[in-house]
Design a protein around this ligand. Structure first.
Ligand code: TXD
Length: 309
């Protein structure tokens, strides 16, 4: 029987609302927008449903304050939680957001037990780990979105410096979604040409530092919250890889069970994403600096996760 795909957006704030729009525009599936704020998801859904005829996209979008409406979703994208304000680190969100993720995870397990879960809520790696633990889902069905976003930032800055199309830059950012994330220069190219052959090392250092701080740069400019257009776009890339079984290679926060000599945490690594969720974690050779940086990032994530237990 042909069944329309159902995507539950848990959190209908800045990212959730943008996700509903992008999913509709790209005809990925039907959307249920859920939030605890009375009426807000319903208002956003109604508004988006009015654009469907204008732009010719046939999809159903509904808003709700009843979590049971996520029932039998194929994908759950979780943005529920508070966002950073200027002066806050992602880690400052852990106490509040952990409680929210705990309750949301229990509901996902109850109402959407076969769904693929993409966590966006910060601090990302710790929240993805908590979601994995709370839902009891297999490790390949719970993933965190950050690497695609951080890689997009790296690509954008490099394309600007090289004065080339963003489509000519292939980049990689691994590690935790924090100030110690790891832009992997040794695998970053402009149409196959290693960026180290096109830009000075000092220029690349500055770009990579800007990537690490890009989230904070947006927060300090917006003053009222954090980035949402690019995070939503990054999650859309992951939803499409899963629902369309693209077997796409991309960086995402995944459960490590010995890969990269790291055990028992979520961390941004290269994966293959397809209909089975995280089909495979790709273990790639890193330079000694990159290996060390990944280890440092992993220890920071592990430290934050230890505060959850
Ligand atoms: O790359 C990444 N992973 C990050 C993630 C990129 C940018 C933003 N990052 C984080 O995503 C950010 O730090 C937040 O933790 C989340 C969501 O960011 P967003 O900008 O969408 O925050 P909003 O606009 O505050 O939306 C959060 C919504 C808001 O409407 C709340 O009412 C709702 O979450 N909320 C809940 N929804 C459902 N269930 C519960 N319990 C709940 N609590 C709050």
């Amino acid at each position: 029987m042909i069944r329309r795909r159902k995507i539950a957006l848990i959190g209908a704030g800045n990212i959730g609302g943008t996700l509903a729009l992008l999913i509709g525009l790209r005809n990925i599936g039907d959307v249920v927008l859920y939030d605890v704020v009375e009426g807000m998801p319903q208002g956003k859904a109604l508004d988006i449903s009015h654009l469907a005829p204008i732009l010719g996209c046939d999809f159903l979008v509904t808003g709700t304050n009843d979590i049971q409406d996520i029932k039998d979703a194929d994908v759950c994208i979780v943005t529920s939680g508070i966002a950073r304000k200027p002066g806050m680190s992602r880690d400052d969100l852990v106490k509040t957001n952990a409680q929210i993720i705990q309750s949301v995870g229990e509901k996902i397990a109850e109402f959407a037990p076969s769904s693929f879960v993409i966590v966006i809520t910060n601090p990302l790696d710790a929240m993805a780990y908590l979601m994995y633990k709370v839902t009891g889902f297999s490790k390949n069905k719970v993933v965190g979105m950050a690497g695609v976003l951080d890689t997009g930032r790296y690509q954008a800055f490099l394309a600007e410096a090289l004065n080339v199309s963003v489509q000519s830059v292939s980049a990689f950012v691994l590690g935790g979604h924090g100030d110690d994330m790891v832009p992997v220069r040794s695998y970053t190219t402009c149409n196959g040409i290693p960026v180290g052959k096109l830009l000075e090392a000092t220029q690349l250092d500055a770009i990579e530092q800007r990537v690490r701080g890009a989230g904070g740069e947006v927060v300090s400019l917006l003053k009222t919250g954090s980035a949402y257009y690019s995070p939503a776009a990054a999650a859309v890339q992951m939803v499409e890889a899963y629902l369309f079984d693209q077997r796409r290679a991309l960086p995402a926060a995944s459960y490590l069970d010995g890969e990269y000599n790291i055990h028992g945490i979520y961390l941004g690594v290269p994966i293959i994403l397809g209909k089975g969720g995280v089909e495979k974690v790709l273990e790639i050779e890193l330079s000694s600096n990159e290996q060390e940086a990944l280890k440092v990032s992993a220890s920071r994530v592990a430290e934050l996760i230890s505060t959850l237990n």
